[in-house]
Design a protein around this ligand. Structure first.
Ligand code: IMP
Length: 197
């Protein structure tokens, strides 16, 4: 299937390709006049609402004929830290750009519980039908920065069951076996793959 991913994040695109291309899907980036389009971020505390709004915006940018031969993929995600009542959550992107990893480590310096989770909501629209899937990855916030891989909060996030490796220390394929994005993409690909006879 030809899947057009509406994202401005090249790392998310790489992760979606890592997961979906071996399953036979071709993942392209949505561009308008050669650039990923800007989306209006709805004021919402729910990833699902944000992802659905972005999928509707993406669809409105394409013509009927473009939509007839592809599926549109949108994903919204964030890091939710238990002891900070889910902060930065839907504001993850803004918080990363403003206070960064060191700002989060500072906020966490007095916290004894370092549990948290990444969440992803993935929306695929094909032939006018919308499929929405979610993925969660539980883990802990480290006490320092480990590794240079991935993006965003990966160097301070240690997923459960990964033998003490941060996402920042993993290859793309390792990350995708644990990640919230990998799980939501897995659920999506199962939903669009007909059961084998
Ligand atoms: P959005 O989904 O584009 O609004 O941005 C989500 C933000 O959450 C990203 O900019 C990152 O800061 C953070 N985030 C979401 N998923 C990940 C991930 O897999 N690794 C690291 N940071 C992530």
């Amino acid at each position: 299937m030809r899947i057009i991913f509406a994202t401005g994040n090249s790392k998310k695109l790489e992760e979606a390709r890592e997961y979906l291309e071996p399953l036979g899907h071709n993942v392209e980036l949505l561009t308008i006049d050669g650039q990923p389009p800007d989306f209006i971020e709805p004021q919402s505390s729910e990833l699902m609402e944000v992802a659905i709004s972005k999928s509707e915006q993406a669809i409105s940018m394409l013509s009927e004929s473009e939509l007839s031969n592809c599926a549109i993929l949108v994903e919204d995600s964030g890091l939710f830290i238990d002891s900070l009542n889910g902060f930065p959550g839907v504001y993850s992107s803004y918080v990363y750009k403003t206070i960064g990893l060191n700002g989060i480590l500072k906020l966490m310096s007095e916290e004894r519980s370092r549990h948290g989770e990444y969440r992803a909501v993935t929306v695929l629209v094909m032939n006018g039908t919308r499929i929405v899937k979610t993925g969660v990855c539980r883990g802990k916030i480290g006490e320092d920065i480990f590794g240079e891989g991935g993006f965003g909060y990966d160097p301070i996030f240690f997923p459960e069951g990964a033998n003490g490796l941060s996402f920042g220390q993993m290859s793309k394929s390792q990350k995708s076996t644990f990640s919230h994005r990998g799980k939501s993409l897995k659920a999506l690909s199962e939903a669009i793959t007909p059961p084998s006879m």
